[in-house]
Design a protein around this ligand. Structure first.
Ligand code: NAP
Length: 248
C-alpha cells in the first residue's frame, strides 16, 4: 500500500522537518500551510528534488472547510491518506490572566485544539476499517507546556496542549479497534520561529539552562520520533504521549 502522509503546518519548523524526512522515507506528503505559500513550496521542491513525492496544499485547518479541503485535495493529488501529523499550532504573545479576552482564547483553542479534532475526523473517514478503510496512524502535537503549565504568560497555550494529551488518550481507545493508532509527542524547547510569537526573542537561550542535557532541540530531532511513530516499527505503540525535551 502506498504511504500518504498529511502534515498540517508544514511550511516551516517541525512540520517542514517531518515532511522532508517522510518524503525521504517514501511517503507521498501533503505539505499543508495557511499563509506561507513560498515556504511550503520550497519544502515540496526539496522533497521532489530528492526524488520524493509531495504537494503544497493551502488550508486553514482550524476551520471545518479547511480541514475538509486539505483531505479532499490530498485524495485528488496523492491518494487516500494513511497517516496524519496534527502539527499546526500557535503560541501567541505572553499574557497574564487578567489580559486574556474571549477572542484571543477562542483563536488559541481553534488553532491548537479544534484543528486536531477536525483533521482527525477527516482522517478517520478515510482510514477507519469500520468505514471500509485500510487503517492508519495519527500523531498529535502536544507540548511539554502541558506538564509544566505555562506560568509566566503561556497559560492558554499550555492548556490547549493539555487538551491534546487528553484527546490523544481517548481517541486511541476509540480508534484502536478501527485499525488506527493514535499517539502524541510533547517536545520541549525546539529551535523554530514559533518562539518569536511570544515577543521574547531570548526565550530559547534563557530557558535552555533548565534542560538537563544543556541545550535546546532541533526540528529534525522531533521529526525522527514522529516518523518512527507513523511507521510499522511502532506497530504496538498506541495511546502513548512521548516527551522529547532533553529531560526537562
Ligand atoms: P512554527 O515554525 O511557527 O510553524 C507553525 C506552522 O503551523 C507553520 O507552518 C504555519 O503555517 C502553520 N499554521 C499555523 N496556523 C495554521 C492554520 N490555521 N492552518 C494551517 N497551518 C497553520 O512552529 P513549530 O515550532 O514548528 O510548531 C509546530 C507545532 O509544534 C505547534 O503545534 C507547536 O505548538 C508545537 N511545539 C513546538 C515547540 C517548540 O519549541 N518549537 C515545542 C512544543 C510543541 P503558515 O505560516 O502558513 O500559517
Amino acid at each position: 500500500m502506498s504511504k500518504v502522509l498529511v502534515v498540517t503546518g508544514a511550511s516551516r519548523g517541525i512540520g517542514a522537518a517531518t515532511a522532508r524526512l517522510a518524503g525521504q522515507q517514501g511517503y507521498a506528503v501533503a505539505v499543508n500551510y495557511n499563509s506561507s505559500a513560498d515556504r511550503a513550496q520550497a519544502v515540496v521542491d526539496e522533497i521532489v528534488g530528492a526524488g520524493g513525492k509531495a504537494v503544497a496544499i493551502k488550508a486553514d485547518v482550524s476551520t471545518p472547510d479547511g480541514a475538509k479541503a486539505l483531505f479532499a485535495e490530498t485524495d485528488a493529488q496523492l491518494g487516500t491518506a494513511t497517516g496524519l501529523f496534527n502539527n499546526a499550532g500557535i503560541v501567541a504573545n505572553y499574557r497574564p490572566i487578567d489580559a486574556y479576552d474571549a477572542e484571543a482564547l477562542a483563536e488559541m483553542w481553534r488553532v491548537n485544539i479544534t484543528s486536531q479534532f477536525l483533521c482527525a475526523g477527516e482522517a478517520v473517514k478515510r482510514m477507519s476499517t469500520t468505514n471500509g478503510g485500510a487503517g492508519g496512524t495519527i500523531v498529535n502535537m502536544s507540548s511539554a507546556a502541558s506538564r509544566i503549565g505555562g506560568a509566566g504568560g503561556m497559560l492558554a497555550y499550555a492548556a490547549s496542549k493539555g487538551a491534546i494529551d487528553t484527546f490523544t488518550l481517548g481517541l486511541a481507545v476509540d480508534l484502536g479497534p478501527q485499525g488506527i493508532r493514535v499517539n502524541a509527542i510533547r517536545p520541549g524547547l525546539i529551535e523554530t520561529e514559533i518562539h518569536d510569537q511570544t515577543g521574547d526573542l531570548q526565550r530559547l537561550e534563557r530557558l535552555s539552562g533548565q534542560v538537563p542535557m544543556g541545550r535546546t532541540g532541533t526540528a529534525e530531532e522531533i521529526a525522527d520520533v514522529v516518523v518512527y511513530l507513523l511507521s510499522e516499527q511502532a506497530s504496538y505503540v498506541n495511546g502513548a504521549i512521548i516527551d522529547i525535551g532533553g529531560g526537562r
